[in-house]
Design a protein around this ligand. Sequence first.
Ligand code: XIL
Length: 299
Amino acid sequence: ASSLGAAAAQSGRYFGTAVPAGKLGTSAYTAILDREFNMITPENEMKWDTTEPSRGNFNFGPGDQIVSHAQSHGQRMRGHTLVWHNQLPSWVSNLSASDLQSAMDNHITTEMNHFKGKIYAWDVVNEAFADGGSGQQRSSPFHDKLGNGFIEHAFRTARAADSSAKLCYNDYNIENWSDAKTQGVYNMVKDFKSRGVPIDCVGFQSHFGTGGPPSSFQTTLSNFAALGVDVQITELDIAQAGSTQYANTVKACMNVARCNGITVWGIRDSDSWRSGDNPLLFDSNGNAKAAYSAVLNTL
Ligand code: XIL
């Protein structure tokens, strides 16, 4: 195949990237975007601070720009993200518990309604589990005021708003099977599936260091998939972009039938949020790096 998207499509998968609306006017950027990628995650434009900067005032302009680019170039969209403790405007953190519950419900419902029919999958809740050994949810305005049940409530509200979009839980540092954080998320998904709480997919961000994925990554993906959810690699970047490390990551997904897509978190190194790490598949001039061929040949 002659592009990442086409190579991934050979096995029914997609290959995506994060895109900021501000780069859609740069032809050196869009040339690569539209040649290589068939799924787009807005890098920031569907986050709460952009979409509802003050209570009840919604701003979907930047997200709409990305959706419109995707639609005219045959790319699907991942919605990112409805409920997250970061890039959360301070008005939300300052609400009482009952106001926070209604603001969360209204945010999920209004944003999903706006983009209905245009989003393949939503990251309904992002990064709700704590790092370290607790295996519990992290402290956040949502958790602290609404309790552990806020995640279930968010997924039920999301399903009611849009019964067609896939509903995902997304997090980082859940790639290594034995980590307490991985186990905490796994147990939540297992519980959701056993009680009929609507969840369709789990996103593994996969922001890796120079060593690439943990050796248990494929085991983690297949164990989650065995619960009856799709799994996706959603924000892949690897410090210094080693070819072997990228190939190992892609291989882990290819070996799991329900791992149905991979998204890298940016196109060129100059587009990366990890400045200095050179973690992406294209250099700052837009030339494919060695890791690009390694990925293409593994898909
Ligand atoms: C990052 C963006 O890339 C940056 O532009 C922004 O300043 C901060 O957020 N996990 C996520 C993504 O789920 O939304 C984050 O994106 C990276 C970590």
